[in-house]
Design a protein around this ligand. Structure first.
Ligand code: UDX
Length: 427
């Protein structure tokens, strides 16, 4: 069993640390935020990820948390970098947290392999290698081992991945990282470092392309009288196409897709290439969030003085994450149009995300007196909601189902004027 230092106690770092501990490895998680480390030491999990608290508890004897780099790297054979790489003003990935980790490794005594889990532009590995050498750390190997875990299912995704990608400069470093994953059944893709970095960016771009594609098909469905839910079903059953990531809606959000698409776009642009398709994917997604405002205006006329309830704030269910969530753009646009915003989410911190909205603990309460509601996040609670009562509580029972979650016929029977996304045939 190996000793692993994980840098970054965010979603990726904690899931990676917990899952490696579950495989029997000794893991030290290092973060720079004292409250975060205090919380983890006290047995509290600072993020919402189903199953994570139990996994951390079950493996507590193999997991330690520290603020101290020297303590983290002492005896570590693997140094996993799982720090944030947010977009800069120019859209490039901000790698300052990565460089801080690399520069702090001077404290390292023995040999080790630095493994990049954070999503980084192609070419980062080569630059890190150079910097390690500058620090006299030639004995530290380097590998790229990108993560493909989705929030809400991160533990299952880590333990049962579709593939494990390992890129390295030296075969021995890749072998060591491969060995670390022993116990996980999955195809392993070995490559050079640049290709591993690109696999992550390309996989994300492919998924986003599917979403923007089906959203454009949905928009054409609306204009021509087809129902995108049936269309996606019929298209997705073609084995060459497949059915995943063909759910039309109000666009993708989250901590990865928006940031990684911008980073790939800029990576291409910085190299002199105009990535037309990706630009279109990003633009379609931006417009898709805003189309909801048009739908509301169609039903209500001017939104000035109207009350609109957002049902769900997180960028998808089973997470408290509101980063780049469509709800933020929607709320901003609604306020700009002069509407009052009420909102409900079972987990996300609504008051922090939308300081100008009235946040309610219960979805029915959030609908009290509203002129319209938008289903933003497909939380299971909303499938169970008493929609007849909901209609009774609203001033006008107008619902825009931004995720095509509900049955249009049932909602109409409950008294609603219902609009989905791309569901002209159903309306
Ligand atoms: C994603 C990738 O799936 C994962 O491999 C990568 O490591 C990180 O980014 P995540 O951001 O957690 O994971 O969420 P995901 O489940 O992929 O959904 C992303 C967004 O796309 C959500 O806003 C979701 O609502 C939206 N989406 C997804 C659609 O609009 N339609 C779909 O068919 C699928």
């Amino acid at each position: 069993m190996s000793r692993i230092a994980v840098f970054g106690a965010g979603y990726v770092g904690l899931v990676t640390g917990a899952c490696f501990a579950e495989l029997g490895h000794e893991v030290v998680v290092r973060d720079v935020i004292p409250e975060r480390i205090d919380q983890l030491r006290a047995g509290d999990v600072p993020i919402y990820e189903p199953g994570l608290d139990e996994l951390l508890r079950r493996n507590a004897e193999r997991l330690t948390y520290t603020l101290d780099v020297a303590e983290a790297v002492a005896g570590a054979e693997f140094l996993y970098v799982a720090v944030g790489t947010p977009p800069t003003y120019s859209g490039d990935a901000d790698l300052s947290a990565v460089w801080t980790v690399v520069d702090e490794l001077a404290a390292l005594e023995g040999p080790a392999v630095l493994v990049m889990k954070s999503t980084v532009p192609v070419g980062t590995g080569a630059r890190v290698r150079h910097r390690l050498d500058e620090h006299g750390l030639e004995r530290v190997g380097y590998a790229s081992n990108p993560e493909f875990t989705a929030e809400g299912t991160a533990i299952r995704d880590f333990q049962h991945p579709d593939r494990i990608v390992i890129g390295s400069f030296e075969a021995a470093d890749g072998d060591a990282v491969e060995e670390l994953h022993r116990g996980i059944e999955a195809p392993i893709v070995r490559s050079d470092v640049a290709s591993a970095e690109m696999i992550k960016l390309a996989a994300n771009a492919a998924l986003m392309t599917r979403i923007s594609f089906i959203n454009e098909i949905a928009n054409v469905c609306e204009a021509t009288g087809a129902d995108v839910v049936r269309v996606a079903e019929g298209v997705g059953l073609d084995r060459r196409i497949g059915s995943s990531f063909l759910r039309a809606g109000i666009g993708y959000g989250g901590s990865c897709f928006p940031k990684d698409s911008l980073a790939l776009k800029q990576l291409a642009a910085n190299s002199g290439y105009h990535f037309q398709l990706l630009n279109a994917v990003i633009e379609v997604n931006e417009l898709q969030k805003r189309r909801v405002i048009g739908k509301l205006q169609q039903r209500l006329g001017s939104l000035r003085g109207k009350t609109v309830t957002l049902l769900g704030l997180a960028f998808k269910p089973n997470t408290d994450d509101v980063r780049e969530a469509p709800s933020l753009v929607l709320a901003g646009r609604l306020v700009a149009e002069g509407a009052t915003v009420r909102a409900w989410d079972p987990v996300a911190d609504g008051a922090a995300a939308l300081p100008r909205a009235t946040i309610c603990a219960d979805p029915l309460e959030a609908l009290d007196g509203a002129d319209a509601a938008v289903l933003v996040t497909e939380w299971p609670q909303l499938a169970q909601l008493d929609w007849r009562e909901a209609a009774g509580r609203m001033r006008t029972a107008v619902l825009i189902d931004g995720r095509n979650m509900l049955d249009p016929a049932e909602l109409r029977a409950a008294g609603f004027t219902y609009d989905g996304i791309g569901r002209a045939a159903a309306t």
